[in-house]
Design a protein around this ligand. Structure first.
Ligand SMILES: Nc1ncnc2c1ncn2[C@@H]1O[C@H](COP(=O)(O)OP(=O)(O)OP(=O)(O)O)[C@@H](O)[C@H]1O
Length: 274
């Protein structure tokens, strides 16, 4: 197991933000942490890379507690893409190649060349999309065993976004390295993830492998008998049920995610009052 999170609790100013979170990630997986704005995705990742100290619970990376030695196996893309003022791309290259003993300068050079990123320019002057690409270049060149990527396709145009997903898929598939992605882009997560957890209001609502989740969930037309199992959510004309019975039709990943996110409270779209 590469990542083990057990009963993780994190509060800010006594306000609970993560409420006994549990999930595991195996080697070679691309694991997605999926949830709406404010669900606690970034807070979970910050606990994973040791930036935040949990109030309770246990995190193990590579079967060990987080130590500086373990951190050297992890590379991180933070959501805010924080950049040091006055640092050029080439300065980051120097720092990252010192931090990561297996840093691949050739991969980095090819990446920045392909996307026309000028490493002699200050990174804080890059556009948001360029910053995302630059951090993608750093993280995949790090050759770290675990990548923690917070919203790694944010601000990328559709073509580059799809290329970025392919790059990440290859990173995990070809080298058996592990990636955790936080996002709310359901469609692209389905394309790339092998396992996932759905998080809302600091709680994990469901976690599973992609294939196993699809096997366990069925959509039953309203009015038809509900099989044994757990009714997860009501859709307009169908009901999402977690069951072992072969009945109705298989639910899509999108329906499973929306179903769990709806199940806690009824979703009410925001409307501007006239
Ligand atoms: N340093 C902090 N101090 C106080 N509250 C915080 C702090 N960081 C995060 N929070 C709160 O924790 C909650 C979860 O935030 P978090 O950034 O983890 O959510 P998220 O799922 O990553 O959201 P998004 O998709 O919008 O980035 C929010 O209510 C946020 O206001």
């Amino acid at each position: 197991m590469i990542v083990e999170v057990k009963d993780l609790v994190k509060s800010f100013n006594s306000k609970p933000i993560l409420n006994k979170i549990n999930f595991n990630v195996n080697e070679g997986e691309i694991f997605s942490l999926i949830g709406p704005n404010g669900a606690g995705k970034t807070t979970t990742l910050r606990c994973l890379y040791g930036e935040l100290k949990p109030n309770n619970g246990e995190i193990k990376l590579f079967s060990e507690k987080i130590t500086p030695k373990i951190k050297a196996k992890v590379s991180v893309m933070t959501e805010d893409r924080l950049t040091f003022s006055n640092f050029k791309g080439s300065d980051y290259l120097k720092i990252w190649s010192m931090l990561y003993p297996n840093f691949n300068e050739e991969t980095f050079s090819n990446f920045v060349l392909h996307y026309n990123l000028d490493i002699n320019q200050k990174v804080e002057r890059y556009s948001m999309g360029m910053k995302t690409l630059f951090y993608l270049a750093l993280t995949i060149s790090s050759n770290a065993d675990l990548l923690l990527l917070d919203e790694p396709t944010q601000n990328l145009d559709p073509v580059i976004r799809s290329e970025a997903l392919k790059i990440l898929r290859n990173y995990a598939n070809e080298t058996n390295k592990t990636i955790i992605i936080s996002s709310h882009e359901i469609y692209e997560l389905e394309e790339i993830s092998s396992s996932f957890a759905i998080i809302k209001e600091g709680k994990i609502l469901y976690t599973d492998d992609m294939d196993s989740a699809k096997e366990k969930h069925r959509m039953i037309r309203k009015g038809e008998p509900i099989p044994s199992g757990e009714v997860v959510a009501n859709f307009e004309e169908e009901v999402l049920v977690k069951t072992e019975e072969e009945i109705g039709r298989f639910a899509t990943f999108n329906e499973i995610v929306l179903g769990y996110l709806r199940s806690i409270q009824t979703f009410t779209p925001f409307e501007i009052k006239k």
